[in-house]
Design a protein around this ligand. Structure first.
Ligand SMILES: NC(=O)c1ccc[n+]([C@@H]2O[C@H](COP(=O)([O-])OP(=O)(O)OC[C@H]3O[C@@H](n4cnc5c(N)ncnc54)[C@H](OP(=O)(O)O)[C@@H]3O)[C@@H](O)[C@H]2O)c1
Length: 258
């Protein structure tokens, strides 16, 4: 059985990956859809023309991560694509956000991404692909979004190294690094502070990011960077000294919530 496994499929880019991939991929037998909100996953399941297997799991919970492994062991699918989209971020100064929520970002964006990838790897075959939802936040430390940006730096480093390890097996890893994308992400992210205005101006649709990511992954590119503003951020982070750039980012930070 050939499958596409998508975490974070209940919303935003994960959902969009499922919808776009549903239109092609005749060799795929089933989508595996992972997230916590069962109702959202079932709504998506009903929309897809492919068969879909709904797995309502909390990926910050080790017991649920083990449940995913058990399903893989029981069904032994061939994973043609693994798309790690589950993740969240909290905008605000480091000490203004409860530590449990700070740690939660590490649990989902880093630990779960690593764990799910590890669990899936035995089921990937030659020409299988992995897409890791990273972020442009990986390119530069972000005052006012410090833990989130650090989790994405982890995700980028992990994805690039993994891609190099797996190249010999012809399994291809693409780190998808968008800037701000119009999704449910900001309903959670803006709980303590609002996104800075300059970021709002560069927001793009999930459809566009996902389309570009699928093209880049099909071309076995290690990185998918969508849009000029994000390309500019990447170049700035690469070539300008970090201290003045961080100072400028700090000055443009978002407004505090009451
Ligand atoms: N939107 C942006 O501006 C942006 C930019 C760059 C990168 N990204 C990254 O892109 C990825 C997708 O984000 P999005 O923009 O599509 O946001 P979204 O619409 O909020 O989707 C996030 C997904 O992650 C799932 N998720 C969160 N915590 C989870 C947990 N503990 N266990 C299982 N699933 C969990 C959510 O499902 P449930 O709530 O149902 O569990 C949801 O399906 C994230 O990794 C995010 O960091 C987003």
């Amino acid at each position: 059985m050939n499958i596409i496994l998508i975490t974070g499929a209940s919303s935003g880019m994960g959902r969009q990956f499922a919808l776009q991939l549903d239109r092609g991929m005749p060799s795929i037998d089933e989508f595996w859809l992972v997230a916590r909100r069962r109702d959202r996953l079932e709504q998506l399941q009903a929309k897809l023309s492919h068969r879909a297997y709904v797995l309502p799991l909390d990926l910050s919970d080790t017991a649920d991560l083990n449940r995913l492994s058990e399903q893989l062991i029981a069904k032994r699918p061939v994973i043609r694509m693994l798309i790690n989209c589950a993740g969240f971020g909290m905008i605000g100064d480091f000490d203004q956000i409860p530590v449990a929520e700070q740690a939660g970002q590490i649990d989902v964006n880093c630990r779960a991404m690593m764990w799910v990838t590890y669990a899936c790897l035995p089921y990937l075959r030659e020409k299988s692909r992995i897409l890791q939802l990273v972020s442009a936040a990986a390119f530069l430390p972000q005052p006012g979004f410090a833990v989130y940006a650090a989790t994405k730096a982890f995700a980028l480093s992990f994805s690039r190294a993994l891609g190099a390890e797996l190249a010999g097996r012809r399994i291809y890893v693409t780190a998808v690094c968008p800037g701000p994308v119009r999704t449910g992400f900001f309903e959670v992210a803006e709980r303590y502070a609002a996104m800075p205005a300059y970021k709002k101006r560069t927001m793009v649709d999930a459809q566009r990011v996902v389309k570009q990511a699928l093209i880049d992954s099909s071309r076995h590119r290690p990185l998918s960077v969508c849009g000029l503003p994000v390309k500019a951020v990447r170049l700035t982070a690469k070539f300008l000294p970090q201290t003045p750039v961080l100072y400028a980012v700090r000055r443009m930070k978002g407004t505090k919530r009451a």
